[in-house]
Design a protein around this ligand. Structure first.
Ligand code: GCV
Length: 610
């Protein structure tokens, strides 16, 4: 086995993909030969039918598929055989056409919100990579069904802006490396870039600016004809954008969209706009309202090749948020749903947090056809295992599966991942799947129960700090005092609930109807508020913190009983010890914080520090 390979969910593909496999069909043939030999099964025939695109069908020992679909068919066949599951019946095709991974990799090799090492393709301002590792990653992405990779951070800094300029030949070579896996590249661009080239303005309505971008697009697509498009973060967290010129985001996005439209490019414009300079004394401004306020009035104004990419919740990838109201307010706009695999607020690939159950909840509230595409902030890095925590690979795999079929059962997806990756005895596999399924709930209990987000350490976002953002500029306040906690976001409060369609507003508007897990997201409640189960709010806060911590300790025992292979076993054990330390810190800091404020004693007399 090659030294460059680390365990994936296809551990029987235990040789590198050679460079000679330069098309998806050749990769498919290679993988089938390798995989079928390792699994001791006969290899099916391959038949390319270009009209099937990304689709495939497996029948009578023949895999028929489009020029990329043939590869998806090969992986589906091998996965099913290896997992002992039936091969998919009938013609299979992905639910979303664009299944995008957004890397927040910087040209210097660092990764913003990266928890698995440095960038796999940037170092020292240059694009540079290890060929076998990239091909192994291509295999991983294709076998999960991911088909677009944005290579650089949406915060475009220093040399990254040159990717579409003098660094274009390197970007084209990277595109060549991923193309055999059906993965097309995307690049984040800086809205104000014409300024660096003497244009004198970046005003989207200025013809010189339009001409500059058109010329750039011509050069970029000449070098990479299948580039998926540009990704833009504008007027957000100090990034430049059309507001500087008194233009709307539709005007800004459409200007870029028109430059790339002749080449078939998609312009992905992020809807992450809010006031990150808020005065904490200002109780009228409510950050979750910002995106809908900015974009809903622009519904119908975006060009056809613009995708407005909206984060799943109205804040920023917190443990528990309602679905962003922007999704319901823009029926005449192509929308993309953005989720985050990088565990910025969800344990930083130290604490275990499996995401498929969470995405299923999003889809329950957001009919999947409401959006035309899906994107995930990547959790990849140069660590040997690519994702830091070995189990974080379940989120990468699970994202691809979700993007292919958002209706797939999350538990079944996690089981397939666990089975393919580890082949544990049945009882151990059940225990691992149950642990993964519960992992988000455990993390939620000790960090942010009842929808009370943002009590994290500022900037690095790991560990508890209930006052960390309370007097800061970012619009994320819990406003806890000695009587009550939370922000009233109802019609009588900040009015955030008014952004929702009637049925959802009704669900959230009254505290007694609002689901427990979002109570303190929508309401400001006194500590003696009576929860439906008869407990007081403060008791529920204490109970969840104690329970979440105890459940994380129980997770360690479960993990110790699993026959995981090395080095995963050691890595998992070491990270679990850190998770328990983190959970204890959260439990004690939050309990002490609320105890000091409320003066309420724990009904069970457990230890709360004064
Ligand atoms: C890439 C949050 C993160 C930032 C990130 C930003 C975004 O604010 O903390 O690191 O920047 O979201 O999504 O643009």
């Amino acid at each position: 086995m090659s030294t460059t390979l680390r365990r994936t969910w296809l551990p029987f593909l235990n040789e590198d993909v050679p460079e000679t496999c330069d098309t998806p069909a050749k990769v498919a043939a290679y993988e089938l030969k390798l995989g079928c030999a390792a699994l001791g099964i006969g290899s099916p025939k391959l038949a390319v039918e270009p009209s099937m695109g990304e689709g495939y069908a497996i029948k009578d020992d023949t895999i028929t598929g489009g020029s990329v679909g043939i590869l998806y068919g090969a992986y589906a066949f091998l996965s099913a055989k290896a997992a002992g599951e039936p091969v998919p019946e009938g013609t299979q095709s992905p639910f979303w056409r664009l299944r995008m991974l957004n890397s927040w990799d910087n040209a210097d090799g660092s990764v913003e919100r990266g928890y698995s090492g440095r960038s796999l393709w940037f170092e020292g301002g240059e694009l540079t990579w290890d060929g076998p590792r990239i091909r192994q990653l291509g295999r991983m992405l294709a076998s999960a069904g991911i088909n677009v990779l944005c290579v650089n951070n949406v915060n475009v800094r220093s040399d990254a802006a040159r990717l579409i300029e003098d660094r274009l030949p390197d970007l084209a070579r990277l595109a060549d490396a991923f193309r055999p896996f059906g993965v097309r590249l995307m690049v984040s661009i800086e809205f104000s870039r014409p300024l660096a080239h003497g244009v004198g303005t970046a005003d989207p309505l200025d013809v010189k600016v339009q001409a500059w971008w058109a010329e750039r697009a011509n050069a970029v697509w000449a070098a990479i004809p299948d580039l998926a498009g540009f990704l833009v973060k504008a007027d957000s967290e100090h990034r430049p954008g059309p507001f500087t010129y008194g233009r709307t985001h539709a005007e800004g996005a459409n200007m870029l969209a028109r430059a790339i439209a002749p080449h078939g490019g998609t312009l992905v414009w992020r809807a992450f706009v809010y006031n990150c300079q808020q005065d904490w004394r200002d109780t009228a401004t409510d950050r979750p309202k910002a995106a809908c306020e900015t974009y809903a009035p622009l519904d119908g104004q975006f060009d056809e090749n613009v995708l407005l990419q909206v984060k799943n919740g109205p804040f920023d990838f917190q443990v528990r948020e309602p679905v962003s109201p922007t999704f319901y307010a823009m029926p005449n706009t192509n929308l993309a749903l953005e989720v985050q695999l990088a565990q910025e607020y969800t344990g930083q690939q130290i604490d275990i947090y499996a995401m498929n159950p969470m995405w299923r909840e999003i889809v329950a509230d957001l009919p999947p056809r409401t959006v035309s595409a899906i994107a995930a902030v990547s959790n990849l890095g140069r660590d040997d295992n690519y994702t830091g925590h070995p189990f974080a690979a379940a989120n990468l795999y699970g994202f691809g599966r979700f993007a292919w079929d958002p209706f797939a059962d999350p538990e079944a997806v996690l089981r397939t991942w666990a089975r393919l990756t580890y082949r544990l005895p049945a009882a151990q596999e059940d225990a691992l799947v149950a642990l993964l399924m519960n992992s988000r709930g455990v993390y939620e209990k000790y960090t942010a129960n009842l929808g009370l987000d943002w009590m994290v350490n500022p900037h690095n976002h790991y560990g508890p700090n209930p006052l960390g953002y309370e007097f800061d500029l970012w619009g994320t306040y819990n406003r806890a005092d000695r009587n009550a906690v939370g922000v009233d976001r109802t019609a009588a409060g900040t009015g955030y609930t008014l952004q929702y369609p009637e049925a959802m507003r009704a669900r959230y508007e009254k505290a007694e109807d609002c689901p427990d897990n979002l109570k303190l997201f929508f309401h400001r409640l006194p500590y003696d508020y009576a929860m439906a189960d008869g407990r007081t709010l403060i008791q529920r806060l204490y109970d969840d913190h104690f329970e979440g911590c105890a459940e994380s300790e129980a997770m360690a025992e479960t993990l110790a009983s699993l026959d995981l292979p090395e080095p995963d076993k050691t890595e998992v054990r070491e990270r679990m010890a850190k998770q328990i330390k983190n959970a204890r810190e959260w439990r004690d800091v939050l309990n002490t914080f609320f105890h000091r404020l409320s003066g309420a004693e724990d009904a069970h007399g457990r230890k709360i520090y004064d």
